[in-house]
Design a protein around this ligand. Structure first.
Ligand SMILES: Cc1cc2nc3c(=O)[nH]c(=O)nc-3n(C[C@H](O)[C@H](O)[C@H](O)COP(=O)(O)OP(=O)(O)OC[C@H]3O[C@@H](n4cnc5c(N)ncnc54)[C@H](O)[C@@H]3O)c2cc1C
Length: 418
């Protein structure tokens, strides 16, 4: 007898967790992703700030599914779903399924602002982290040839737009990279010409955190010479400037956009109802309404609990992945689907060395204790044992010697990987 086939689109936190939770089940699982790796997003900003190499924050999916036995991986771009015929369409061909799990995550949202899409660096993909690292290193290198101080200042101004965890972490790490590490490589670098600016439209940073932690994060960034601009809404950007809605223009040679995210474009082609951030609205069982064998999980899904959409976070994605795996096993054994219940483990954000904020239930940590908590949680959760050791060595090296090993400007040119 042929076994039911589960197809999972997306090998991120939701899809990979779902595949892992189907291990040993009497089902054949096919996991599909456009990339051949699983990315540990919380440390992506450390690739962009030259502390970690890509191989330390991403692992090949084939390596991760090898121990699972009943899970196969294929690399392909998922294009759409024919729900009547139960076929997933990909750029490599059609894939039939008995159960389908859609977990293609989210993407940067520039809110239709073409100038941002053209000039700002995103920080969602591994390639974007590498592009930003190259840009920062190349900009500092290039200033060595520039005699005109005003131009040097523009080239040495890095504006990060968005005061959420990614923006806060990137700003802190970038300021430390330039002031502690690159300063040693470039003795002639005048640090008074360097600006790292965090631009946020609201009147505070880290909007999902307790007000006390928001203030602590702001103070900590300012101590690291990051300029925090609150109530500053970006209107337009050019290659070397940001215009704010207030009319103020900031000369900035590198602009990083972390202020908007929306669900992967797959949601829009399903013909399903979309909620905020273009997330696919699902039943409380994470099934697509009217399609009981199709599940949507992770950032792509707009699951609502107590009237509130669940945040786009890793614990949500992983818990949804586990719930859907359990439901598919139950359905394959002629059972029914159960409702998803989310358990919130808390959130945290780091602000460079010795400082982080963490909100775990009633516990609030900031400064050094928050940082130790952040280090421990992230080290434990890095995807493989090998990565864990490498990450630990790089962190310790940076901490002790103010040195980041990965200061190479490397471009894949020409890129013949397809
Ligand atoms: C820089 C950054 C830092 C973050 N830090 C934290 C943090 O510290 N803590 C936290 O809880 N959350 C954090 N997040 C959010 C977290 O990464 C997401 O909530 C989580 O990754 C969602 O899991 P997912 O499986 O839905 O999506 P993802 O993990 O993004 O996985 C989606 C997968 O689908 C693949 N894919 C997309 N489209 C297609 C397609 N059309 N065809 C084939 N494959 C496709 C992608 O390649 C990817 O592998 C961070 C996000 C970013 C960008």
């Amino acid at each position: 007898m042929t076994r039911p086939r589960v197809v999972i689109a997306g090998a991120g936190f939701a899809g990979l967790t779902c595949a892992r939770a189907l291990k040993h089940a009497p089902l054949d699982v096919l996991l599909i992703d456009r990339n051949n790796y699983h990315l540990f997003t919380p440390l992506l900003y450390q690739v962009a700030s030259a502390l970690l190499d890509p191989g330390e924050v991403a692992r090949p999916v084939r390596e991760l599914v090898r121990p699972l036995g009943n899970v196969e991986f294929r690399q392909a771009e998922v294009l759409g779903v024919d729900m009547q015929r139960r076929i997933l369409s990909t750029d490599r061909g059609p894939v039939p399924y008995d159960y389908l799990v859609l977990a293609t995550g989210s993407q940067s949202d520039f809110f239709g602002n073409a100038s941002l899409a053209q000039h700002a660096f995103g920080l969602k993909e591994l390639g974007e982290g590498l592009a930003l690292r190259n840009r920062v290193l190349a900009r500092v290198e290039a200033t060595q040839w520039v005699a005109e101080a005003e131009r040097r200042r523009m080239m040495l101004t890095f504006a990060i737009v968005g005061g959420g965890p990614t923006g806060v972490e990137m700003a802190g790490a970038l300021s430390e990279l330039i002031r502690h590490v690159l300063k040693k490589d470039y003795p002639k670098l005048d640090l008074s010409e360097v600006r790292v600016i965090l631009v946020e439209a609201a009147g505070w940073l880290l909007s999902t955190f307790d007000p006390v932690l928001r203030e602590a994060a702001k103070r900590s960034l300012e101590k690291k010479d990051v300029e925090v601009m609150l109530n500053a809404k970006v209107a337009q950007v050019t290659e070397d400037s940001i215009s704010l809605a207030s009319g103020e223009v900031i000369s900035a040679g590198t602009i990083v956009w972390t202020a908007g995210v929306r669900a992967s474009g797959l949601g829009a082609v399903l013909g399903a109802k979309l909620g905020r951030q273009a997330r696919v609205l699902v039943d409380d069982t994470l099934q697509l309404p009217g399609h009981p064998v199709v599940f949507v999980i992770g950032d792509l899904a707009g699951a609502v609990v107590a009237g509130q959409p669940l945040p786009m976070l890793i614990p949500v994605a992983m818990q949804e992945g586990r719930r859907v795996a359990a439901t598919i096993k139950d359905m394959a054994a002629n059972g029914g689907a159960s409702a998803f219940v989310y358990k919130d483990p808390g959130t945290m954000a780091t602000i460079g060395r010795n400082s982080a904020v963490a909100q775990l239930g009633r516990v609030r940590l900031s400064g050094f204790p928050g940082w130790v908590m952040w280090l421990t949680v992230h080290l434990v959760n890095v995807v493989s044992f090998r990565s864990r050791i490498l990450v630990l060595i790089n962190w310790a090296w940076d901490y002790l010697f103010y040195d980041r090993p990965i200061r190479l400007i490397v471009r894949a040119d020409p890129d013949h990987s397809d």
